[in-house]
Design a protein around this ligand. Structure first.
Ligand code: CP
Length: 310
């Protein structure tokens, strides 16, 4: 089987079969990663540039590790310290890098649509979106899906709650696309100012502003970070008050009379959207999400490289 696309720009563009193929391939790579020798030769002679115009810890390390495990040659580019500060455009930067015979580009950018722009202008190069502005973070949604399936067996019919700053979250949008395509039910909870009014009708999700009611409904709660760096107006009174209304606390979880799975894409703001005794509990799969990210990104790179070599 093959992917229906030459790029990974967003979950919106993937079919249900594409998502299933990536997740089943990731399962095989997860098994490889349990072996004493974790490296396979699948992407030998493939050169990948990791183009990060925005900060990252997890995604950047995870892609680099995935590339190394697949035996690809990798180049890491950070906008700070490059000629971007001298006024070079995104397209010029990438064209210069590609003239050095690069096969794939993994890109994070603060502008929504930046990887789509590259894919349009560089159709012969596989582009992987590692997070674009407030649009999508497809590999995060894929690793979230993989981690949910690993913990509770499937997505079909499962009730998944996304809590917090939905408006500025590319993780939320990619998760909603993926979960709906795979047959899960999705509910959003957070301050009304952080949940766009169009989203309920447009994406077929439920909205519940009362966090306790939302938690009573769900099987899995995925807690999102407040993206202060993307907010240019006051959307809630203070972080302290946000924590009182929408912070995930042990007290709230003790009120549920059932055990739900807790997720967070990271980075965590402890004491704001999630308390430490929840984030570090046995209910939390936050570090499993990070671990699974490597296998999922190996699967994405492997499948896209296969398409490129057709
Ligand atoms: N989850 C995530 O994208 O984390 P980073 O910003 O550290 O890559």
């Amino acid at each position: 089987m093959q992917l229906s696309t030459n790029h990974l720009l967003g979950i919106k563009e993937l079919t249900k079969d594409d998502i299933s193929l990536i997740l089943s391939t990731a399962q095989q790579f997860k098994e490889v990663l349990q072996r004493p020798i974790k490296k396979v030769p699948s992407l030998r002679d493939v050169t990948i540039v990791n183009l990060f115009y925005e900060n990252s810890t997890r995604t950047r390390i995870s892609f680099e590790l995935a590339e190394k495990r697949l035996s690809a040659d990798t180049i890491n580019f950070a906008a700070s310290g490059s000629s971007v500060s001298k006024g070079e455009t995104l397209l010029d930067t990438v064209n210069n890098i590609l003239s050095m015979k690069v096969d794939m580009v993994v890109m994070r950018h603060s502008a929504s649509g930046a990887p789509h722009f590259l894919a349009k202008h560089l159709p012969g190069t596989a582009i992987v979106n590692a997070g674009d502005g407030i649009n999508e973070h497809p590999t995060q949604a894929l690793l979230d899906a993989f981690s949910i399936i690993e913990r509770i067996g499937s997505l079909e019919g499962k009730k998944i709650l996304l809590i917090g700053d939905i408006m500025h979250s590319r993780v939320a949008l990619s998760n909603i696309w993926l979960l709906k395509k795979m047959g899960a039910e999705v509910m959003l909870s957070g301050p009304p100012t952080l949940i766009p009014t169009y989203i309920k009708e447009a994406l077929g999700v439920q909205v519940e502003y009362n966090l306790l009611k939302a938690l009573r409904w769900c099987d899995v709660a995925n807690v999102l970070r407040i993206q202060l760096e993307r907010q240019n107006q006051v959307l809630f009174s203070s972080l302290r008050e946000y924590n009182l209304s929408y912070g995930l606390t042990r007290k709230l979880l003790n009120n549920l009379q059932k055990e739900i799975v807790i997720m967070h894409p990271g980075p965590i703001n402890r004491g704001v959207e999630i308390d430490s005794d929840v984030a570090d509990s046995n209910q939390s799969i936050i570090l499993q999400q990070v671990e699974n990210g490597v296998a999922v990104r190996m699967a994405v790179l492997y499948l896209l490289a296969g398409k490129k070599m057709e």
